[in-house]
Design a protein around this ligand. Structure first.
Ligand SMILES: NC(=O)c1ccc[n+]([C@@H]2O[C@H](COP(=O)([O-])OP(=O)(O)OC[C@H]3O[C@@H](n4cnc5c(N)ncnc54)[C@H](O)[C@@H]3O)[C@@H](O)[C@H]2O)c1
Length: 305
């Protein structure tokens, strides 16, 4: 045990396997008392047993974060067992691949309920305990590089974009009550990656979840004092801050924008300011002939001259 989280009570959601399991076991090794949550209760028990067998303190929770009452009960369990909540890793998440026009509404709903509502339910319940306790705390949300936009991952990307936005807003709201809020965009070899051939190509087996744990532990710990509102990506070897969306110059002014002035804005000014989009930084079609970038296999309908 290295003592980085000595005396802290930490909740880790989705901690029965993958990244969450690594965050929970490393937090316990660093001295934290841990609520090991997973909707797959057997897996939560397994991680908990592993922690306690190695001398750590942990309790298992099989609550479903997508249910507001269960999310609150999960946080209450931490208070009942360990007296308070000092840290939360909002890690539980679902993923699937589909081209956007084949998205199944039930899959979309389940994903949003866990990845967005679950994060909100557990995060706000934990924040209430932290505020009432008056000692502040640290929330680490798990977002994704996919939040920038990724092919066949539209619903997942949207959910992780929502997590990024929540992080910025919570960091603004919660600074005055001493709660730091950051988000991590990990890449690690887990079940989520095994189920996607494309992800598997980008994520070899040596990119283990354990390689992301030191970043999450740092953000939970008092060493990260003063660090809040940040989105930080770690894919194993690389660690970097993610840039945040901003209002891009030039900002044009008209008393009223009509269809002619909007069109002029695009043809005379914005044409050269369009942004590459998505995680792959795809160059917008109108700029490709200037930049020499080939279209990515798309048959873009051409305007007649
Ligand atoms: N693996 C990666 O490369 C990667 C990349 C970017 C982001 N992420 C994010 O990291 C987090 C962990 O992913 P992982 O790769 O370890 O996935 P995983 O599928 O291996 O583990 C996720 C765990 O969350 C649990 N879970 C799902 N829904 C739940 C719910 N409603 N309540 C409680 N637990 C629930 C699952 O049972 C599972 O054990 C996710 O939020 C994921 O989106 C992962």
């Amino acid at each position: 045990m290295n003592g980085q989280l000595d005396g802290k009570a930490v909740v880790v959601t989705g901690a029965g396997r993958g990244l969450g399991e690594a965050f929970a076991t490393h937090a316990a090794q660093a001295g934290a008392c841990v609520v090991v949550n997973d909707v797959d209760a057997d897996l939560a028990e397994r991680t908990t047993a592993n922690i306690t067998a190695h001398g750590g303190r942990a309790v298992a929770s099989g609550h479903n974060v997508a249910d507001a009452d269960q999310a609150a009960a999960l946080v209450d369990l931490c208070v009942a067992e360990f007296g308070t909540v000092d840290g939360l890793v909002n890690n539980a998440g679902l993923n699937y691949e589909a081209v956007s026009w084949r998205d199944d509404p039930d899959d979309v709903r389940a994903l949003i309920e866990t990845n967005v509502l679950g994060v909100i339910y557990v995060g706000t319940a934990a924040a209430r305990v932290m505020v009432d306790g008056g000692r502040g705390g640290s929330i680490v949300n798990i977002s994704s590089g996919a939040s920038l936009g990724q092919r066949k991952l539209a619903a997942y990307s949207a959910s992780k974009g929502a997590v990024a936005s929540l992080t910025y807003s919570w960091a603004l709201d919660m600074e005055e009550v001493g709660i730091r809020v950051n988000a991590v965009c990990p890449l690690a070899h887990t079940r989520m990656v095994w189920t996607s051939e494309r992800s598997l190509r980008n994520c070899p087996p040596e990119r283990t979840p354990a390689r992301i744990a030191p970043l999450v532990l740092f953000l939970l710990s008092d060493d990260a004092h003063g660090i809040t509102g940040q989105l930080i990506r770690c894919n194993g070897p690389e660690l970097h801050i993610m840039g945040q969306p901003y209002v891009k110059q030039p900002v044009l002014h008209r008393q009223v924008w009509d269809s002619a002035s909007v069109r002029r804005a695009f043809t005379e000014v914005f044409a050269a300011h369009l942004e590459p989009y998505g995680l792959e930084k795809r160059v917008p079609p109108t700029l490709r002939e200037w930049t020499g970038v080939a279209a990515p296999g798309a048959s873009w309908p051409r305007r007649s001259a």
